[in-house]
Design a protein around this ligand. Structure first.
Ligand code: SD4
Length: 321
């Protein structure tokens, strides 16, 4: 008899339709597991992948790889949408969201944390050194300090000037804009065949103070199921939260979708209830247990970086409209 666990595994491998729609992807399923491999969102993913790859290539865990990888982006003041140098909320505070999830579905998360350079590492500490999954606001800061993290002013001159400019015309109105975000989500499969993921962001620029997006929410900005695959989202967090986007992508893979098809189906679910797509961008990336990767977005312009044993490539995502 097939156990439930094995049934889920078989489904994840394509079930009764093993090669369904997979041949169109450049990372299509050849029957051999492709590992290690790492995928991350946007152009800044290329640099982050290099750091993650170093860990993977030396036999390190997917968990260490994704944490190491996204820390590069968090520390890069030129990336204005993640960590240090990220754009502030409408009151001028840089508030950061991050989460991390491993192959055991152990996870940790911080929301709206301030003054801490590496929220992803605080999220990992929440996972490992607290009985909780998520800490937010001042509680997250207090925990970070208790764990030995140092306070830092994250608002750079560039971001402060831009915020001052924004205030002149914006009437204190937070606006969804397809340009004002770019989270890093990273997913890795290590040489042991284990999956982990990380997601970290300064969120939507000029958001309301206290706003938390999809990025720190397990199931929305990130989801990992070591039997099936992993996914991460980027774009308008409110839209991703409504459909539990990353969980949806993984469940699509469980019932046989390729990573790209799984992302496409989740994008279609988001779009189904919307009258207009103006200013709405959402992109997903996904990786299967076999090391196939893919992505899909609502609008043109989303890209993702994939590092395997041959290359670190920036790929333009397919898109819906
Ligand atoms: C958020 N999803 O806070 C994040 C922002 C972002 O690519 O991704 N951007 O809603």
């Amino acid at each position: 008899m097939i156990s439930r666990k094995n049934f889920l595994k078989i489904s994840a491998l394509g079930g009764l339709f093993p090669f369904q729609d997979w041949a169109s992807s450049s990372h299509s399923f050849s029957g051999k597991i492709k590992k290690p491999i790492v995928i991350s969102t946007w152009r800044h993913g290329v640099k982050a992948n290099n750091a993650a790859w170093k860990v993977l290539n030396e036999g390190g865990s997917a968990l260490d790889a994704v944490e190491t990888g996204v820390r590069v982006t968090e520390a890069d003041s030129e990336v204005r949408t993640v960590g240090y140098g990220g754009r502030p909320d409408r009151d001028g505070f840089v508030t950061l969201d991050a989460c991390i999830m491993d192959e055991q579905q152990e996870c940790g998360s911080v929301g709206a944390i301030q003054h801490i350079m590496h929220p992803i590492s605080v999220a990992r500490k929440v996972k490992e050194n607290s009985p909780h999954v998520m800490l937010v606001g001042q509680g997250a800061v207090d925990f970070a300090l208790d764990q030995g993290f140092k306070k830092k002013d994250l608002l750079t001159e560039k971001s402060r000037k831009e915020w001052e400019q924004w205030k002149k015309n914006a009437n204190y109105e937070p606006k969804v804009n397809i340009e004002n975000h770019d989270t890093i989500g990273m997913l890795a499969l290590d040489s042991e065949g284990n999956l982990s993921g990380a997601c970290t962001t300064s969120g939507m620029a000029w958001k309301m103070h206290g706003r938390i997006g999809d990025s720190p929410l397990i199931g929305s900005g990130l989801y990992v199921d070591n039997e099936v695959g992993a996914a991460s989202g980027t774009g308008v967090g409110e839209e991703i939260i409504r459909v539990c986007g990353s969980h949806l992508v993984v469940e699509n893979m469980r019932r046989g979708d390729s990573p790209e098809q799984a992302c496409k189906n989740a994008v279609e679910r988001i779009v189904a209830n919307k009258d207009t797509l103006e200013n709405t961008q959402v992109g997903f990336i996904a990786i299967s247990k076999q090391g196939q990767v893919g992505g899909y977005s609502i609008q043109q312009g989303f890209n993702y970086a994939v590092h395997d044993d041959t290359d670190n490539q920036l790929i333009d995502s397919k898109y819906l409209v």
